[in-house]
Design a protein around this ligand. Structure first.
Ligand SMILES: [Zn+2]
Length: 325
């Protein structure tokens, strides 16, 4: 992990490895400080706090969660007594999707020889994802701490004369998607509506909403965008990601109409320039999302964990590229 100053008062902690769970955090270092997203586990949360503490005067009393996924909320408990701000949906959604028990169970299973062999036979993709996570993460000890301040469309903070605008943009990647715009510093903390130099994964939402949100990121004309995953960028970040999603949706349409399954379609797709991004086989999820839309399924149609990771694994194998998530 590294800390980067991105403007006068804004900082980011970046997870350079940039695979699943390697999420970024932000700090607006005004009015006692506001931390944006709290990492995937307590170890990473503590490391983030240590890095930010080099510039902040004291532990901030305000936290923002950009959405409900575990890699953005697991360290909430480290900010004891803090006000935690998020979109209205996040409290309830966190209990559904951010409960670390399943992932913890997976890592314990992968950590033991017998269960690892069994899992590898039944679900090679899930097993591989577990092994990858085990290298860097430990979900023990996490107690979910839910947001204390919930908002609907917009929420504004006045940080000693520097405004921070929380804008609800979901559901595009997840139900609670929120971006934080600091106009005076020309900075946006985008959460997972923006993945940079790694293949986006979307869980709940629609292509249309995601396009609108990426357009908004461009319109806000920031100098710096801190994505949820990947290095900081300018507006080229949302432009490239929009082009990727458009490409995937267009190609998916052709395969869908030809009666090819989403998994087979993902195996056949040319990655094009996006093969340079990390974990290109996560493409499967974007194809599957497009198919769900073509079938008029609701944006919150659930994902089965085993099947999803196994499909990504199969795409990577078919393409002859490293299995990474
Ligand atoms: Zn994330």
């Amino acid at each position: 992990m590294e800390m980067k100053q991105v403007s006068n008062n804004c900082y980011a902690v970046l997870n350079e490895k940039n695979l699943i769970c390697d999420a970024n955090s932000g700090l607006i270092n005004r009015a006692g400080g506001v931390v944006i997203d709290t990492q995937s586990d307590l170890g990473h949360g503590r490391q983030m706090i240590e890095m930010f503490s080099k510039v902040w005067p004291a532990m901030p009393q305000r936290v923002i969660n950009t959405h409900e996924d575990v890699d953005h909320v697991a360290g909430n408990q480290l900010f004891e007594g803090a006000e935690i701000i998020a979109h209205r949906s996040v409290a309830e959604r966190m209990m559904k999707v951010a409960d670390p028990k399943d992932t913890q169970k997976l890592l314990h299973g992968v950590g033991h020889f017998i269960t690892r062999v069994v899992l590898k036979t039944l679900h090679p993709g899930l097993e591989a994802a577990g092994e990858q996570l085990l290298e860097d993460y430990n979900f023990d000890g996490i107690e979910l701490v839910l947001p204390t301040t919930l908002f609907d469309e917009r929420y504004e903070l006045d940080l000693d004369g520097t405004e921070a605008h929380l804008i609800y943009v979901g559901p595009c990647h997840q139900v609670g998607d929120t971006i934080i715009h600091v106009p005076k510093e020309r900075v946006v903390f985008a959460g997972d509506v923006l993945f940079r130099q790694c293949t986006p994964m979307g869980w709940t939402g629609s292509y249309e909403k995601w396009f609108q949100c990426l357009d908004l990121l461009i319109q806000l004309d920031p100098e710096v965008i801190v994505p949820g995953h990947g290095p900081v960028c300018g507006v080229e970040g949302p432009k490239e990601m929009k082009a990727y999603l458009q490409y995937v949706r267009d190609e998916s349409r052709k395969s869908f109409e030809a009666g090819v399954s989403s998994l087979e379609a993902a195996k056949q797709f040319e990655f094009g320039p996006y093969g340079e991004w990390l974990a290109p086989a996560r493409l499967y999820m974007n194809v599957e999302r497009a198919y769900r839309e073509f079938r008029n399924e609701p944006p919150d149609a659930p994902w089965e964990q085993e099947a999803t990771f196994d499909a990504i694994y199969q795409v990577a194998k078919a393409k002859g590229i490293p299995v990474e998530f």
